[in-house]
Design a protein around this ligand. Structure first.
Ligand code: TMP
Length: 211
């Protein structure tokens, strides 16, 4: 079982992914919680490059190929082996992030990105994707506060520093892409309380996993 979480910055997906891991472990599932970028050994270095404020001049194509490189390495060295061991794999971001950020966000054809994703992952598609949707202003406020607390703004702030217009494109891109992939992507209102959001995630999972 392969589950992914998606959404704009500060949507709460990392918190919910962690909560889901703990819940499933209590139900005796063996769970791997991972993330993109940065889920593999090589990915740790790629994450630093991709998110650093030092790399503001990175071209959109370079950015795209680095995310795909991170994904390919992640799928082949971490995700597939875990699925083979019958683990439930939960990834904080995956293929849809590239379609939305580099596609809808940076104006690269989303269909081309879809094909490149298939190449990078050998067509490994999640069984379920949870999209946490909320207004951009709320998400960004949360993300910026978190970065200030963790002092990671310089290290990981490249996307948070993008304009409100960019983030609005991302939110809308996610909703458009979700509507095109209704069987897989479940949209949940991220403005609700964390407990309410979690209950909705469990509801979405119930049709697919014995819990
Ligand atoms: P995170 O803050 O959720 O860890 O994500 C890191 C940033 O990377 C986030 O701003 C979205 C961006 N991103 C892309 O632009 N394309 C991708 O394919 C992925 C996985 C992330």
């Amino acid at each position: 079982m392969f589950i992914t979480f998606e959404g704009i910055e500060g949507c709460g997906k990392s918190t919910q992914a962690k909560k889901l891991k703990e819940f499933l472990e209590q139900k005796n599932y063996s769970v791997l919680l991972t993330r993109e970028p940065g889920g593999s050994k090589l990915g740790t270095t790629l994450r630093k490059i991709l998110l650093s404020m030092e790399n503001q001049d990175i071209t959109k194509e370079t950015e795209l190929f680095l995310y795909l490189a991170d994904r390919s390495q992640h799928v082949h060295t971490i995700i597939k082996p875990a699925l083979k061991e019958n683990k439930v794999v939960i990834s904080d971001r995956y293929i849809d992030s590239t379609v939305v950020y580099q596609g809808y966000g940076r104006d690269i054809d989303p269909n081309v990105i879809h094909l490149l994703n298939e190449l990078a992952t050998n067509k490994l598609c999640p069984d379920l994707t949870i999209l946490l949707d909320l207004p951009v202003e709320i998400g960004l406020k949360r993300a910026l506060a978190r970065n200030l607390n963790n002092k990671t703004a310089r290290e990981e702030g490249r996307f948070e520093a993008e304009s409100l217009e960019f983030h609005t494109k991302i939110r809308e891109g996610y909703l458009t892409w979700a509507a095109l992939n209704k069987d897989r992507i479940v949209v949940i209102n991220g403005e609700n309380s964390p407990e309410q959001v979690f209950q909705e995630i469990l509801l979405a999972l119930k049709n697919r996993l014995e819990i």
